[in-house]
Design a protein around this ligand. Structure first.
Ligand code: ZN
Length: 443
C-alpha cells in the first residue's frame, strides 16, 4: 500500500467525556485512549486531524424519523419520566440508556462519519478515519445495542450522492443489522458482515440465507461464524470473499466498520483474532485503492480497543512497522498493565469452533451467491446537494493550534457534566471497567 495516500482523521476532544452510565460496557473514553496512543506514536503528524462539525437534525432525518430525532434532542436523564411512552417505543431501555448530552454525543460521532463521506466525495481525502463512529445497530426509529443514530447509514447515503455503488464491510463481532436493514432492498449498497451467529448472541440476525430483498437480492451478504475464530481461519474467508466482491460489484467507495469486539479477550465478543489479524482486513481493503471511510464500532476491553485502533491507524498510514512494541508514555499508561505493549495476541487455549470443512462450505456458499451480482449503473453523475459544504467537513484541529501535549490533557478528563448517577472521573471509569469484568460472563 502506498503511504502517500491522503489520510484524514476525525477526533472530538470532548468524546471521552460522554458517559453511558455506571457499569455500562460502552465507553466513549476508549476513543480518547486510542487518540492518546495515536498522538504519542506521532501518527497525527502523518495525517490531517479534523474536528467533526456537529451534524444537524435535518441531515439525521435523511434516515431517522422526525419524532425519533425530536425525542433524542429533548430527552435528559432528569426529564425522561415525562417521555415514558417514547422511552418505551424508541427502545431507550436497558442497553440504550438516556444519558447527559446524548444528542451532542450523536451529533459528534455522526458529524465525523458524514463529514468523512463529503471529503471522499470531493476527493479531499483517500481514506478518512472516525473511530467514534460505526454504531451499526441503530434503526430508523429505534435505539439498539448501544447505538442511537446510525452514522454509517447517514454516511453511505451521503456517498451515494456521488457514487453509484458503495460497499459496506462490517468486521464487528456482532451482525451489522441496522445498516443491512437500511439497504436491504437496494443494489446500490452491498453490505457484508462477518460475525458470530447462533444461540442467543446479539442481535440474532445475519444468517447465511439472509441475502436481501427485491432489487437488493444478493446485495446483503452474511458470513455467520462460531466462537473462537483465529487469524488464519478469518483470512481464509475474508480475502477470497472480498476479492470476489470487488470483482463482481466494483464499488467506487468503501465503508469499513472496524468493531474491536472481534479481538481476542473482548468482554462481549467471542472471537480470537489478534490485532494483526484484524488489521489485515484494513490492509487488504486499502490495497484496492478505492476511497475508504474507516469507522469504529463495538469493543469493550478498552485497553485492547485503544491499541487496536492506534495500530490500524498506523496500518492505514503505511507506517505500522515503525510503531514500537513498548507503548510510549501516555496519559492512560496505567490502563495498559501488565505488559504495556502494542500488540494483542490470540489466546492459545481458546478453541476454534469453526471447523475447516464448515468454513469451506460457508465460503463456497457465499461465493456462489456473489456470482449472481452484477455491477449495476455503470455511469452515474452525482447531482444532489451535499450534507455539509466541503469546507465545513474540513473544520480542522490544526496541529499548530493544538500541539501534541494539549490534544489530550488530564484536565480534559474531568470536564464532564454529571448527573447524580453519571460520574466519570478516571478512577471511577477504571473501577467501572473492572466491575464489568465480573458481569461480562453473564452477558
Ligand atoms: Zn459489536
Amino acid at each position: 500500500m502506498s503511504s502517500k495516500r491522503k489520510v484524514s482523521y476525525y477526533y472530538d476532544p470532548e468524546i471521552g467525556n460522554y458517559y453511558y452510565g455506571h457499569g455500562h460496557p460502552m465507553k466513549p473514553h476508549r476513543v480518547r485512549m486510542a487518540h492518546g496512543l495515536i498522538v504519542r506514536y506521532g501518527l497525527h503528524e502523518r495525517m490531517q486531524v479534523l474536528k467533526p462539525v456537529p451534524l444537524s437534525e435535518e441531515i439525521m432525518q435523511s434516515f431517522h424519523t422526525r419524532e425519533y430525532i425530536e425525542f433524542l434532542k429533548n430527552v435528559t436523564p432528569e426529564n425522561q419520566d415525562r417521555y415514558s411512552k417514547e422511552v418505551r417505543n424508541f427502545s431507550f431501555v436497558n442497553d440504550c440508556p438516556v444519558f447527559e448530552r446524548i444528542f451532542e454525543y450523536c451529533q459528534s460521532y455522526t458529524g465525523g462519519s458524514v463529514g468523512g463521506a463529503v471529503r471522499l466525495n470531493h476527493g479531499l481525502s483517500d481514506i478518512v478515519i472516525n473511530w467514534a463512529g460505526g454504531l451499526h445497530h441503530a434503526k430508523k426509529s429505534e435505539a439498539s445495542g448501544f447505538c442511537y443514530i446510525n452514522d454509517i447509514v447517514l454516511a453511505i447515503l451521503e456517498l451515494l450522492k456521488y457514487h453509484h455503488r458503495v460497499l459496506y464491510i462490517d468486521i464487528d463481532v456482532h451482525h451489522g443489522d441496522g445498516v443491512e436493514e437500511a439497504f436491504l432492498t437496494s443494489d446500490r449498497c452491498l453490505t457484508i458482515s462477518f460475525h458470530k451467529h447462533g444461540g442467543d448472541f446479539f442481535p440474532g440476525t445475519g444468517d447465511l440465507d439472509e441475502v436481501g430483498v427485491g432489487n437488493g437480492k444478493y446485495f446483503s451478504v452474511n458470513v455467520p461464524l462460531e466462537d473462537g475464530i483465529d487469524d488464519d481461519s478469518y483470512e481464509d474467508l475474508f480475502k477470497p470473499i472480498m476479492t470476489r466482491v470487488m470483482e463482481q460489484y466494483q464499488p467506487s467507495a468503501i465503508v469499513l466498520q472496524s468493531g474491536a469486539d472481534s479481538i481476542a479477550g473482548d468482554k462481549l465478543g467471542v472471537f480470537n483474532l489478534s490485532n494483526r489479524g484484524h488489521a489485515a482486513c484494513h490492509k487488504f481493503m486499502a490495497s484496492f485503492g478505492v476511497p475508504m471511510l474507516v469507522l469504529g464500532g463495538g469493543g469493550y476491553k478498552i485497553k485492547n480497543v485503544a491499541r487496536l485502533w492506534a495500530y490500524e491507524t498506523g496500518c492505514l498510514l503505511g507506517c505500522e512497522d515503525q510503531m514500537q512494541e513498548d507503548l510510549p508514555p501516555n496519559e492512560f499508561y496505567e490502563y495498559f498493565a501488565p505488559d504495556y505493549s502494542l500488540h494483542i495476541n490470540s489466546i492459545p487455549s481458546m478453541e476454534n469452533k469453526n471447523k475447516r470443512e464448515n468454513l469451506d462450505k460457508l465460503r463456497t456458499a457465499v461465493l456462489q451467491n456473489l456470482s449472481y451480482i452484477k455491477p449495476v449503473g455503470a455511469s452515474f453523475q452525482g447531482k444532489a446537494t451535499d450534507a455539509l459544504t466541503a469546507q465545513a467537513a474540513s473544520g480542522t484541529i490544526s496541529r499548530q493550534k493544538h500541539p501534541r501535549s494539549r490534544l489530550v490533557t488530564p484536565a480534559d478528563y474531568h470536564l464532564v457534566s454529571r448527573g447524580p448517577e453519571a460520574s466519570s472521573t478516571r478512577e471511577e471509569q477504571e473501577c467501572d471497567d473492572h466491575d464489568f469484568d465480573e458481569d461480562a460472563s453473564s452477558q
